[in-house]
Design a protein around this ligand. Structure first.
Ligand SMILES: [Cu+2]
Length: 285
């Protein structure tokens, strides 16, 4: 007789509890709360250099070599910074749980537990609001940067297959187990296993594979796109720094995947033309 059953009632909230702000103040006066908060600040400041370390590690090989990579590095930097307070708080609670209660444990659990935190309005509002704000910030920042990056890698116009930039250099990139080949259709189909690029000229990459799925990653240029057999994926970038950089395969593709890497040489445009000419490619467009 389910319809005659009396619905279970929520347990009544205790009526003798002090107001939320008062409880918050009392909570903040507890020793362990203060210790965890202090630990959060200390660990947080100790973690700050991480954000710069990440940039330094990326810059080891010459990044950023394009505005796309600048955008990516900025995003990594900011995301690292905003995640530090939360990481620090988690580590502070962890450290205090491990070491802060030393000697205070017993065989039996304490019998006067604190009230359940789900009834604590201040706590619920604080964590809902803070995590919502943080998530919203990451989404908005991510969308803005994504739009920037998409604009700078103008190359992808799937309808016509044509680059959106004037005077773009077209490079056909082919992955196969376990080498990269770069073909220059505007230079008599000159092909090379080193990626030569002119500085400050937009480049359109037509990327494909002849066997399994690879991923064309021009590390310091901030370019990364799948190389699929039987399909062409397009992306673009404008290198803005001369130097020697790295191409890697970023999709596990078999035994020698880890060795599927080669060099990018970003050259002044006259030098680039000379290299193309001397390698047998005359400019055809
Ligand atoms: Cu590969």
């Amino acid at each position: 007789m389910a319809d005659t059953m009396i619905p279970a009632e929520e347990p009544e909230a205790p009526t003798n509890r002090p107001p939320a702000m008062h409880r918050l103040r009392e909570w903040l006066q507890r020793r362990y709360v203060r210790h965890v908060l202090i630990l959060t600040v200390v660990v947080g400041f100790a973690m700050l250099p991480l954000a710069w370390l990440m940039l330094a590690a990326m810059n080891q090989t010459g990044a950023p070599a394009s505005t796309v990579m600048q955008d990516i590095q900025q995003t990594i930097f900011v995301f690292t910074l905003v995640s530090i307070p939360i990481t620090a708080f988690v580590f502070a609670v962890l450290l205090y749980s491990l070491f802060g209660w030393k000697g205070k444990g017993g065989a039996t659990p304490p019998n006067n537990d604190n009230p359940a935190i789900r009834n604590n309005t201040v706590a619920v509002i604080t964590w809902t609001l803070s995590s919502s704000l943080l998530a919203a910030f990451l989404v908005v920042w991510g969308l803005i940067e994504l739009a920037d990056i998409t604009a700078d890698s103008y190359g992808t116009q799937s309808v016509t297959g044509q680059p959106r930039a004037d005077n773009a250099l077209i490079v056909n990139v082919t992955g196969q187990q376990w080498v990269w080949t770069f073909e220059y259709p505007q230079y008599d189909k000159f092909a090379s296993d080193i990626l030569y690029l002119p500085k400050d000229r937009p480049v359109l990459f037509n990327v494909t594979s002849v066997d399994v799925i690879h991923n064309f990653w021009a590390v310091e240029l901030g370019v990364k796109i799948d190389a699929n057999p039987g399909a062409i994926t397009q992306t673009g970038v404008t290198p803005n720094k001369e130097g020697v950089f790295n191409v890697r395969c970023a999709e596990l593709c078999g035994l020698h995947h880890a060795y599927m890497e080669t060099e990018i040489r970003v050259l002044p445009s006259e030098t680039f033309d000379t290299v193309m000419r001397e390698s047998g490619g005359g400019r055809t467009s």
